[in-house]
Design a protein around this ligand. Structure first.
Ligand code: F0G
Length: 408
């Protein structure tokens, strides 16, 4: 059984029943969040294996029999010494979320959100997506036996993600437009047809699963708190959820400090970074956002209020990176550390480099970069890599070995 929790408006703090299935406050329109009663107490999960459900007392599922899982979480926190040396950082870690069952961090949220959907007796689930949310939702709804419909911007999602949605048998609505429009459409659908439960990151239960990344990092660093956590930002669900996780650790009395949250966006899809740079307390949506990191090609992030709050409270910041820097970071991480991530994820490493250059991160800091999705999701990146050299050899050529040796 979880510890006591309720639903609360992030903005005006109005309270809602935990069976409330809306996504916004009925009084002020603010985003909702799950509030656990967290105070210092004995931690029951110490000896359990690393996984999302290790922390089940802090996950809002009342009845274990609804839990839908594919063994999510427990991803590696890799000390990256070679890449760190290149950047001048001794303590660089990569939390590689591509190691999740469908290859992205979304699985942390989906296992909880799907379990909640079943607990609330929902039979149909829906989302809009730049790819990973739909891949994850398609898999978890297949696992739970629920009907799934996904709205995706036509021609704008990576091939691997599209394949995942197809193979898991979701119904696909290809939208002639971008992600922000797909999002508007799915919100309209779920408002009109209450039978569809919306699984985007405005769903407060989903974000509870995603906060477990903070708990895992804390455990993997044996209780140390990173100085900075650097991660890509699209809709802003993940940065808000992870910040919430670090806050709960502090409220529990098991972490003394909290990290700075540094959000990274692509140059031409950067409403959050722009608001931070211009010291505005509201974002200005970006029309027609562009980047080859299709996962974060988002102009109107639905969680912007939570993101700006996380950045302000953590004394963090948000920065932009160019597509070229993203590609370079992707190759560095793959070739120096053996970690292959998709472009959006590499934005965290590119952003870390920028933060170091700008003096925003100290060389002595303990830094965790969150890489959010697996590199195999987006094979189109191959065209940006050098072609392999052709040796043109056959085993039937008598001199093939001599010819090869001359070229080695
Ligand atoms: N990285 C990857 C690989 C993503 O797929 C996403 C979001 C993000 C980062 C940004 O996370 O939205 O919580 O700030 N992908 C969503 C999707 C939008 O539909 O798959 P966020």
């Amino acid at each position: 059984m979880p510890w006591r929790y309720n639903l609360q408006c992030f903005n005006c703090r109005s309270q809602y029943s935990t069976r409330f299935t809306g996504y916004h406050c009925e009084k002020c329109g603010g985003l909702l969040e799950v509030k656990f009663e967290v105070s210092p107490r004995r931690i029951p999960w110490k000896n359990r294996p690393l996984a999302v459900w290790k922390y089940r007392e802090l996950l809002p599922i009342d009845n274990e029999r609804f839990v839908t899982t594919l063994a999510e979480g427990g991803t590696g926190l890799h000390h990256c010494k070679r890449l760190g040396r290149e950047l001048g950082l001794k303590n660089l870690y990569v939390k590689n979320e591509g190691e999740n069952p469908t290859g992205s961090f979304k699985d942390r949220g989906m296992t909880v959100a799907l379990s909640k959907a079943r607990e609330l007796r929902k039979q149909r689930v829906a989302c809009a997506s730049t790819g990973n949310t739909s891949a994850s939702l398609a898999a978890y709804s297949a696992r739970a036996g629920l009907e799934c419909i996904v709205f995706i911007p036509k021609g704008k999602i990576a091939a691997g993600k599209m394949l995942q949605v197809l193979i898991h048998g979701a119904r696909i609505v290809e939208v002639d437009g971008d992600f922000d429009q797909a999002m508007e459409m799915v919100v309209n659908l779920t408002e009109r047809r209450k039978a569809f439960y919306l699984m985007n990151s405005v769903n407060p239960f989903r974000l509870e699963g995603q906060k477990t990344l903070a708990f895992e990092v804390h455990d993997q660093l044996s209780g140390k708190t990173p100085d900075s956590v650097v991660l890509p930002v699209g809709n802003g669900g993940n940065i808000s959820a992870i910040w919430k996780g670090f806050n709960e650790l502090q409220q529990l009395g098991i972490a003394k400090a909290r990290p700075r949250m540094i959000g990274i966006q692509a140059e031409k899809a950067a409403p959050i970074a722009m608001a931070v740079k211009n010291k505005q307390d509201k974002i200005q949506p970006v029309k027609n956002p562009q980047t080859l990191a299709t996962a974060i090609r988002i102009g109107s992030p639905v969680n912007w209020t939570k993101v700006l709050c996380a950045i302000r409270q953590s004394n963090g910041t948000a920065l932009t990176v160019a597509d070229k820097e993203i590609l370079n970071a992707q190759q560095s991480l793959a070739s120096k550390e053996g970690i292959f991530v998709e472009p959006a994820s590499a934005a965290s490493v590119a952003g870390l480099k920028r933060s170091l250059d700008a003096g925003l991160v100290d060389k002595g800091d303990l830094v965790v970069c969150v890489t959010t999705g697996h590199g195999l999701k987006d094979p189109s990146i191959a065209e940006h890599l050098p072609r392999p050299k052709s040796y043109n050899l056959k085993i039937t050529d008598p001199d093939w070995l001599d010819r090869l040796e001359r070229q080695l």
